[in-house]
Design a protein around this ligand. Structure first.
Ligand code: NA7
Length: 554
């Protein structure tokens, strides 16, 4: 797939049309599309297998919060018709198996180099190509670089004094060992009560002799009501796939097929509203939040849903003091990613589970055998850090990316990520980001957003090839306007009211910017399509001829 060219140092170097960074769901589909249009591509993946976030997040209970029949590729009808999801919400091992199946079915592996990190990517202005250095010490060149690095793939270790000196085992949910971890008979601490903590706590509690959960912020969680999928249920979905996929792409705000609400929470009386919340609670899952159309917009409306969930927590958890601590009270429901769980709150009724509120009793340090909080030592044999990710920008920031005039992307993004459509950043020609900041990404069914970006990028590079174009980059003005728009739309909602990872608030020192685009998956797709139809409005495209002229006049 590659041609050997002499490099500056005289050693043979490989050259590709495209280097793709990451072999998760984005990188795999990108490779497939590029190959289909006859382009050469090399994918570099730091893990030793495909799957991205599902390769790393192997913690007990890890499961997707979007239903499996929808959290799957739609680009191949054969694939979606032949794959059998076993449960309503797929567990991590099954999603990983699916990723491996896709890699084999479309013969992707020959173009993926595993166990290889991209360390640096530098744009060579005179040649109009990227020079990409990998952890293997090799440098290759490519016309385009696509960052398929994932939004939740850079696990964040908490900065807690003494962590290094802990004598027991330390695990991070986002970087879990490949071999099974058995906590039977052990005293375990889980720090963090986001989605990963909430999914793993019930399972660890069943194994551990004692589990202590350290909670900084109580979180809203809805029962998953996970269940085995019957062949009948799968078949009903498969038959409706054309409409389900169309709706998810074009009409849904979050890329999920569901009933769209036509009224606000305050349009119903107390009894009717309660009945609707009850019905969604019994149904389970993320669609709890789409029962009304204003829960993300109006605080009074939001309070009705938040109160309902708080009441549920009080009903489930027997000890009133523990129940009170578990009731979220400092952010609107949904303004942090809502969690879905299996028996999370009920787990606190177990005699072997203790909840420690580290807001009132902060963790002071970790000693050789204990977590010290509020002047008390909680002795443990193992520590589980469910402390999340440096989301959306963390994995990009780990690569030393240099654009025009040697400008570092990290420098440009020091005050917060700046992109046009979440796809490109001005000053970094031919560098694309899949589900980057400024696009719906993490506010959506990721696979729907991944497919949209991959298709858009693949069409765009085909357009460039057909028009003899050499470079493309975001126009600074268009980018500034888009960044302002992303920000403006975010502040029409309740989302910025929470200290969430959407805002970068979980990483000390990270700028507080609402990173994803909240305008909705359907409208966003339309914007991207319109821009492409207008000859990529807001992007600057230049041909090889122009490049030579610029070079000659210097
Ligand atoms: P999250 O949702 O970022 O949750 C991380 C949790 O860890 C959250 O409760 C944090 O509290 C807590 N945290 C983070 N740092 C610390 C320190 N230093 N001390 C104590 N507690 C801490 O990550 P997840 O992995 O659970 O889920 C990420 C996404 O993956 C999820 O939204 C789904 O989309 C899938 P905080 O809330 O910041 O006070």
């Amino acid at each position: 797939m590659s041609a050997a060219l002499p490099s500056v140092s005289g050693k043979a170097s490989e050259t590709y049309d495209v280097v793709v960074v990451g072999a998760g769901f984005a990188g795999m589909y990108m490779l497939h599309r590029l190959r289909k249009q006859g382009m050469t591509a090399r994918v570099y993946e730091q893990g030793d297998g495909v799957g991205g976030t599902w390769y790393w997040n192997r913690y007990p209970g890890a499961r997707c919060d979007v239903e499996s029949m929808q959290y799957s590729y739609s680009f191949s009808d054969e694939l979606q018709q032949e794959w059998d999801w076993s449960e309503r919400y797929a567990p991590q091992p099954e999603i990983l198996k699916y990723a491996n199946h896709v890699a084999d079915r479309f013969n992707l592996r020959p173009d993926i180099q595993f166990n290889t990190r991209v360390e640096r990517a530098e744009f060579d202005e005179s040649a109009g190509v990227w020079s990409v250095a990998t952890s293997g010490g090799k440098t290759v060149t490519a016309k385009y670089v696509v960052l398929a690095t994932g939004c939740l793939s850079n696990a964040k270790m908490p900065d807690i004094r003494g962590l290094d000196g802990f004598k027991g085992k330390v695990y991070h949910t986002g970087h879990w060992p490949h071999e099974a971890v058995d906590f039977t008979g052990q005293r375990v601490a889980v720090i963090g009560t986001g989605s990963s903590g909430i999914q793993s706590v019930p399972i660890i509690a069943e194994q551990a002799s004692h589990l202590t959960v350290f909670q900084r912020t109580a979180n809203f969680s809805i029962p998953a009501r996970n269940a085995v999928l019957t062949e009948d249920e799968r078949q009903r979905f498969r038959e409706k796939y054309p409409e389900i996929r169309r709706f998810a792409r074009e009409e849904a705000r979050n890329g999920i097929y569901t009933d769209l609400p036509d009224r606000g929470a305050l349009d119903d009386g107390d009894n009717e509203r309660r009945a609707k919340y009850e019905s969604r609670w019994s149904k389970g899952g993320l669609t709890f939040m789409s029962v009304y159309n204003n829960l993300a917009l109006d605080k009074t409306a939001n309070d009705t849903a938040a109160d309902f969930v708080r009441e549920k927590i009080a009903e489930i958890v027997k000890d009133p003091q523990t129940a009170k601590l578990l009731q979220p009270n400092n952010h609107p429901i949904g303004s942090k990613r809502i969690c879905i769980d299996t028996d999370y709150f009920a787990t606190f009724n177990r005699a072997n589970v203790t909840l420690v509120d580290i807001k009132s009793s902060p963790i002071e340090e970790i000693t050789a055998n204990a977590v010290r909080a509020g002047d008390k030592d909680f002795e443990v044999d193992a520590l589980v850090l469910a402390t999340g990710f440096d989301a959306m920008t963390g994995s990009v920031a780990k690569i030393d990316i240099r654009g025009r005039n040697g400008q570092a992307l990290n420098q440009k993004w020091a005050e917060g990520p700046k992109t046009y459509l979440g796809l490109m950043s001005a000053g970094f020609p031919n560098l694309f980001i899949i589900t980057g900041p400024g696009s719906p990404s993490v506010l959506s069914n990721m696979i729907v957003s991944i497919e949209q970006h991959v298709d858009w990028i693949a069409d765009c590079v085909a357009y460039m090839r057909n028009h003899g174009l050499q470079t493309m980059e975001a126009d600074k003005d268009a980018e500034d306007k888009w960044v302002a728009h992303v920000n403006e739309v975010a502040y029409t909602t309740l989302y910025p009211q929470a200290n969430s990872w959407y805002m970068g608030a979980n990483v000390p020192g990270k700028p507080r910017i609402f990173m994803p685009y909240i305008g909705g998956v359907g409208p966003y797709r339309q914007i991207c399509n319109d821009i492409a139809a207008k000859g990529y409005e807001g992007f600057v495209m230049a041909g090889a001829e122009q490049k030579r002229k610029v070079a000659a006049s210097q």
